[in-house]
Design a protein around this ligand. Structure first.
Ligand SMILES: *[C@@H]1O[C@H](CO)[C@@H](O)[C@H](O)[C@H]1NC(C)=O
Ligand SMILES: *[C@@H]1O[C@H](CO)[C@@H](O)[C@H](O)[C@H]1NC(C)=O
Length: 177
């Protein structure tokens, strides 16, 4: 139910309104290059950000942060559903344990992303950054156990790269760049 609005429709208008009404927004604009040059995996960073309509004009850091946290949350929820299906479809105990451990990682991911959203809203950008960093750790932890699910491994990698972008945006918001 939560899924539909976060995917795309809202963002272009947010980005655009900040371009048009830049005085009202006192917009801190960033480009994909500003962000991805600070990312350990710049190509994946480019790929993630360039799927966002209108991003080539530059993005308002606030709108982009809010959008990416929401998108990460939606995708993490989908990954958790995938993990539950994997567990339900297997009869192997070791296998169930491994993916059970992944589901705990992803419960923590969802919690951290909820906190990241709150930290962002309350302008506690150092907390937002550490929430993002915990998401990276959780996804990497799951990845060590998910070696026989190519789909989950792709999701983990995407989440790691997205959460790193969130930590970079937190640094921008905190005025570090
Ligand atoms: C698990 O089984 C269900 C129902 O048989 C199927 O729809 C789903 O694709 C399976 N999921 C995985 C991850 O194998
Ligand atoms: C920011 O969040 C952290 C972690 O929740 C908390 O310890 C700290 O007091 C908060 N800082 C401010 C200024 O609210």
């Amino acid at each position: 139910m939560m899924h539909s609005f976060v995917k795309y429709p809202l963002l272009p208008s947010l980005l655009l309104s900040c371009i048009v009404f830049s005085l009202l927004c006192s917009a801190k604009m960033v480009t994909v290059g500003d962000i991805c040059s600070k990312h350990p995996n710049p190509n994946s960073c480019d790929k993630i950000l360039n799927t966002i309509p209108g991003i080539s004009e530059g993005a308002d850091i606030n709108s982009l942060s809010s959008y990416l946290i929401n998108e990460a949350h939606v995708n993490a929820f989908d990954s958790l559903t995938l993990i539950h299906n994997i567990i339900a479809n297997s009869t192997n105990t070791q296998f169930k344990l491994r993916y059970g451990s992944c589901s705990l990682d992803y419960n923590d991911v969802l919690e951290c992303l909820t906190q990241a959203k709150e930290s962002f809203s309350s302008k506690n950008f150092s907390a937002m950054k550490s929430n993002g960093a915990v998401v990276v750790k959780d996804a990497q932890d799951c990845d060590t156990k998910a070696y026989d699910s190519p789909q989950l491994r792709l999701n983990n990698q995407d989440l790691v790269d997205t959460a790193i972008i969130i930590t970079i945006l937190a640094d921008f918001l905190a005025g570090k760049y």
